[in-house]
Design a protein around this ligand. Structure first.
Ligand code: CTP
Ligand SMILES: C[C@](O)(CO)[C@H](O)COP(=O)(O)O
Length: 251
């Protein structure tokens, strides 16, 4: 894809935050649940705005909660020194829909975009910077990832409660658990989303859609603290990470 002729490369972030958080259990939409007294979404917005590469953050809110999210983000100041503007738009039925709606809200003039789950509130700025830098250096699609610790099996899916026959064991050394932010040239991600929409297809992450275009996706090192808050035990881990940061880093 041709690069813009402007000398300044501009990077935006899109934060899908419109999910319910069903696996976390009953309560407010997941992005609005508190971690150490602060909504998860605020942690995630701060994490992205802390990166000097990011000049705009588009937050994709629960469809019926965009006004509430706008007020919330106005109240909670961005981190000191952050210069990113924040825009809030309503999300869709699926993560894929929400990311597409967030991308559609990007003004012209952005070269790259980082898509970051609100559900990964504790990603360190070094990981955000590394993904942004790899896209700025010319990679069309970049994902942070970690080697997997468990052995992973492929199974034949059966009814609930039925034992599932194992159909294969992929070689673990070649597997990576993929996190966010995932970074893309804007044109590449927009083309990937347009294709899956046309074909009525889906993917569990944005990079998976880009792979279908036949465009190379590269992996950079992820971070243990970029884990996704999915189930109740993840909240315990997130609180422990924040407590350690308060002691060692002072925030
Ligand atoms: N319709 C949706 C569904 C998900 N997401 C966002 O996508 C990210 C990753 O999704 P996940 O962790 O699965 O969140 P939920 O869909 O909320 O969780 P669950 O599947 O347990 O309901 C989250 O930041 C979530 O808010 C979104 O913006 N729009
Ligand atoms: C995008 C993602 O976080 C990469 O690991 C993941 O695929 C999101 O999955 P979810 O089921 O929507 O949480």
């Amino acid at each position: 894809m041709a690069r813009s002729s402007r000398s300044v490369h501009r990077t935006a972030a899109v934060i899908p935050a419109a999910g319910r958080g069903l696996r976390l259990g009953p309560g407010a939409p997941k992005a609005l649940r508190a971690l150490s007294g602060t909504p998860m979404l605020v942690h995630a917005v701060r994490a992205m705005a802390r990166s000097r590469a990011v000049s705009l953050v588009v937050v994709v809110a629960p469809p019926d909660g965009a006004d509430e999210v706008r007020l919330l983000l106005e109240e909670h100041a961005a981190p000191a020194g952050a210069a990113a503007d924040i825009v809030v738009v309503p999300g869709g039925e699926t993560r894929q829909d929400s990311v597409r709606l967030g991308l559609a809200a990007l003004p012209d003039g952005f070269d790259s975009v980082l898509v970051h789950d609100a559900a990964r509130p504790l990603v360190p700025v070094e990981t955000v910077d590394a993904v942004a830098a790899a896209v700025r250096a010319g990679a069309p699609a970049v994902v942070p990832a970690l080697p997997v610790a468990d052995t992973v099996k492929e199974v034949e899916i059966r009814g609930a409660g039925e034992p599932e026959p194992v159909t294969g064991t992929p070689e673990r050394s070649r597997l990576r658990a993929v996190q966010t932010p995932q970074g893309f040239e804007v044109k590449v991600l927009a083309a990937a989303h347009a294709q899956v929409l046309r074909e009525g297809d889906g993917a569990t992450d944005d990079a998976g859609m880009v792979e279908r275009l036949g465009i190379e996706v590269v992996v950079v090192p992820g971070h243990d603290e970029a884990f996704k808050v999915t189930r109740p035990l993840d909240l315990v881990l997130a609180e422990a990470v924040l407590a350690r940061r308060r002691t060692t880093d002072g925030f």
